[in-house]
Design a protein around this ligand. Structure first.
Ligand code: PLP
Length: 375
């Protein structure tokens, strides 16, 4: 059978994740429907405890989505209007959107080309010069690979920066023996359906070791309420619903197995693509990658994506236009004039199909199709 006649291979497939755990997920949803309580209840509390325990963090708070999680983490740390917050342009627009939503000013720094994550030398250069006085840094553990946290923490400590980890693509990853999301003062997770830990709708969480920060997030996510109907501080509505919390409890119990399968798929890709003129993903020493994406680089990116598409194979470019070059942001973000690695990556990267249910034969078929073009 030629690849074009085979079943199409999706680049991500949250529906397959539902089918695999259907009985458990259906039971969890039915339990919530029967309960008569639909937002911020027992399921959310249980999920918060289970997720905090999984991470090795003292606290986790369920919120409405990952963008809100970044916003609430920054706000809880006292970051606000006019404050400079250093982050990367090679990330989901959400990271920068959250910074701007609290009135803070994003300052963009470049990535390290080997890991696609924030380059500590660029952070150092920024806070020693144009971003002097910055209040926070948001490193993003992109594609499932942890950022270089020891170097980032050292610079943050010396410059009194709050560290908010953007963990939206790195649920369960390890950095030097610790889970990502337990290293900075606060961390933000998204449970968008395609993430490594995905709900069947929107969801997010903030994690922290600090009880005072946790309490602030708890208040902020619901109108500043400690006591119902009494706003102690101005807050917002960013609640996790019980259905998603119940679904996430089921998915969390399978997260390590799902991440292990992602690593196995990555290893199959790396074997199947060895020797080709492509740049394959690497894992830095002391890190455990969770392969939210398996991202390769080639100067024939567009041709390769076309070839895959014709063979019925999905792929994705995360992200085709760096944030500082997108219409909403072009010409107005600080640091945007020194992002050569970010700009170079955008034209060369391609993420191959990646989800735990991907079958070995499908992986082989993707590799054969790539070989047919680039060998
Ligand atoms: C998905 C994602 C977010 C935003 O999450 P939402 O739940 O979609 O709001 C933030 N940062 C990164 C790096 C992401 O991949």
């Amino acid at each position: 059978m030629t690849p074009s006649k085979a079943q199409p291979i999706l680049s991500a497939n949250p529906g397959a994740g539902y089918q695999r755990l259907k009985a458990e997920l259906d039971a969890a949803v039915a339990r919530v429907l029967q309960s008569g309580w639909y937002i911020l209840g027992r399921e959310n509390e249980a999920f918060e405890q289970e997720f905090a325990h999984y991470l090795g963090a003292a606290h986790a708070l369920g919120v409405a989505n990952g963008t809100d999680a970044v916003e609430l983490a920054l706000r809880a740390a006292g970051i606000g209007p006019g404050d400079l917050v250093v982050t990367v342009a090679h990330t989901a627009v959400a990271t920068v959107a959250a910074i701007e939503r609290i009135g803070a000013r994003p300052y963009l720094v470049d990535i390290s080309p080997a890991t696609y994550t924030l380059n500590p030398a660029a952070l150092q250069g920024a806070v020693a010069g144009p971003a002097k006085g910055a209040r926070a840094v948001v490193p993003v553990h992109l594609y499932g690979h942890p950022a270089d946290m020891d170097a980032i923490l050292k610079i943050a400590h010396e410059n009194k920066l709050t560290v908010v980890e953007d963990c939206a693509q790195a649920h369960g990853a390890f950095y030097r023996g610790r889970r990502t999301g337990t290293i900075g003062q606060l961390s933000a997770f998204s449970f968008y359906p395609t993430k490594n830990l995905g709900a069947l709708g929107d969801g997010g969480a903030v994690a922290t070791h600090d009880p005072a920060l946790a309490e602030r997030v708890r208040l902020l996510r619901q109108y500043g309420w400690r006591e119902r109907y009494v706003s102690e501080i101005p807050g917002l509505n960013s609640r996790l619903d019980e259905m998603q919390a119940a679904i996430l409890r089921v998915k969390l119990a399978h997260l390590d197995a799902a991440n292990a399968r992602r690593r196995q798929i990555a290893a199959h890709y790396s074997q199947g693509l060895a020797g080709l003129p492509l740049r394959l993903p690497t894992t830095a020493a002391g890190c455990e990658h969770v392969f939210h994406q398996y991202t390769i680089e080639t100067d024939q990116r567009d041709a390769l994506q076309q070839t895959l598409h014709k063979a019925g194979i999905g792929s994705a470019v995360l992200y085709p236009v760096p944030i500082h070059l997108q219409p909403a942001y072009r010409g107005r973000l600080q640091g945007a004039d020194r992002l050569p690695c970010t700009e170079a990556a955008a034209g060369r990267i391609l993420s191959l199909p990646m989800y735990p249910e991907l079958e070995d034969e499908q992986i082989a078929s993707v590799c054969r199709t790539i070989r047919s073009l680039v060998a």
